[in-house]
Design a protein around this ligand. Structure first.
Ligand SMILES: [Zn+2]
Length: 453
């Protein structure tokens, strides 16, 4: 039985089991555990999942009762991966580059990509800007257990200024605080965004004309207003002075690292002192920079991409999307910037800045490209376990209940056939995925890999 959307009886049955009514406890036995906190591996670990939570972790036997047992002898357990920067497909049509983007609401486009995240071991995503009419109800359905999906956190529409970066049809465009305050209040009351997303980006995309940006004063107003209501905020800012101004005016996190200049020590210290997490978004250096190289798109032929993306989606990535990047000189720009971007990310890591893996893409397998790209920047596979998991929860302000394997936290768990601390590619050796205490039936998700059988 394949999971298909809009099949009413099946959807109802799945909704009931998702809500936990018929859910069995799960006992994972004899695993090598990486709990995601940065603690060393624990061998012979037993993990009991009850309902949607991790109930108990012990190297002593735990009685299974009627729990479903997963024998993890010779296997490795980590928290589910978190992608802290995505834009879910189905909320906007057209290209951001040709200015013809328009809002749509297309769940049929979204659902296979959400299943693809789960298939790839990604159990939580943060949508860093989208059509609110699309993404907020989708998030609400995920939270209510109505759809098979990774946990969705969402910004809704991006906050920019008229004519500014990201100021498309689905964005909020701030003018004066007097005018914008009621708009922001209405957005927070209506959408309950998990984290606001602002842009402070003077350079139009692809070395285009300079554009106006949110003023420092406006960012302060917005972050103060949001913080008083318990809402975090993140910002797209690629130049250090813009990023620094955003941090000084109260943003909680950064949606990208600064990649276009060598970092000043003072800025790195500011990020450490204020504990500002950064979504890494480095995958472009392993993909966009190499688009015109021999074998530069070989990542699309790897098993997880082949399993989760359709032939048409892969053809689009190899065709129109690639052509668009080339037309806009992105591969050349990324090639020049790569050395600096890699050095910057390593410096941020060494200084103790909280890095969380984020792709700025819409497909699950890119998280694995991101982890490889970070590894190539000099961060060890062991350190990438925390960057791929708990740090994403910190980014979202949800580290008390998500992101690591500790008793009392939500049970988002991967069982891997190979050691992710030995080689970051081993994160792709996925044996089992548990989200919210429920094992995902990877072989039953309606994905290309399961249709070929
Ligand atoms: Zn983005």
């Amino acid at each position: 039985m394949l999971w298909r959307p809009f099949v009413s009886t099946l959807a109802l049955a799945c909704a009931l089991s998702l809500a936990g009514m018929a859910r069995a406890d799960i006992l994972i036995k004899n695993a090598t555990l990486y709990d995601g906190t940065g603690a060393p591996a624990v061998k012979g670990a037993n993990i009991l999942v009850k309902g949607d939570l991790i109930a108990q972790i012990s190297t002593k036997p735990i009685s299974a009762g009627r729990a479903k047992v997963i024998d993890a002898t010779g296997k490795f357990v980590t928290p589910g991966l978190i992608d802290s920067h995505v834009h879910i497909r189905g909320g906007q049509a057209g290209s951001v580059r040709d200015g013809a983007r328009r809002p749509i609401v297309d769940r049929g486009m979204a659902m296979p990509t959400l299943w693809g995240y789960l298939y790839s071991g990604v159990t939580t995503i943060y949508d860093s800007g989208n059509n609110a009419e699309f993404v907020i109800p989708l998030r609400d359905d995920e939270r209510a257990g109505k759809i098979v999906s990774p946990r969705i956190f969402a910004a809704g529409g991006v906050i920019s200024v008229p004519g500014g970066y990201g100021a498309g049809a689905t964005s909020l465009k701030a003018t004066t605080w007097e005018e914008f305050r009621p708009q922001l209040e209405a957005k927070i009351n209506r959408e309950h965004p998990d984290m606001l997303k602002m842009t402070k980006e003077q350079q139009g995309m692809y070395a285009a004309k300079s554009v106006p940006t949110l003023s420092d004063d406006m960012i302060k107003h917005i972050t103060d207003f949001a913080r008083e209501r318990g809402v975090r905020s993140t910002v797209h800012a690629s130049a250090e002075p813009m990023a620094e101004a955003a941090v000084l005016n109260g943003v909680s996190a950064m949606a990208h690292p600064v990649q276009r200049s060598v970092l000043n020590d003072s800025f790195v210290k500011l990020l450490v002192d204020r504990k500002i997490p950064i979504s890494t978004t480095m995958q472009g250096y392993l993909t966009i920079a190499k688009l015109q190289d021999e074998g530069g798109m070989a990542f699309l032929d790897t098993p997880l991409f082949q399993a989760t993306m359709t032939a048409e989606e892969i053809a689009d990535t190899k065709g129109p999307e690639r052509d668009d990047y080339i037309k806009n000189d992105l591969p050349a720009q990324r090639k020049v910037a790569e050395k600096y971007a890699r050095a910057n990310i390593k410096r941020l890591f060494d200084a103790g800045v909280i890095l969380t893996s984020g792709t700025d893409k819409a497909y699950g397998p890119y998280t694995h490209v991101e982890l490889q790209s970070l590894n190539m920047s000099g961060i060890s596979p062991f350190d990438l376990i925390k960057i791929g998991t708990l740090n994403g929860a910190i980014y979202l302000g949800r580290e008390k209940d998500l992101g690591s394997i500790e008793a009392g936290k939500y049970a988002d768990i991967l069982v891997l056939d190979a050691d992710p601390a030995a080689d970051v590619k081993n994160f792709q050796a996925i044996n089992a995925v548990i989200k919210n205490g429920q094992q995902i039936e990877r072989a039953k998700l309606d994905l290309p890999v399961n249709r070929k059988k």
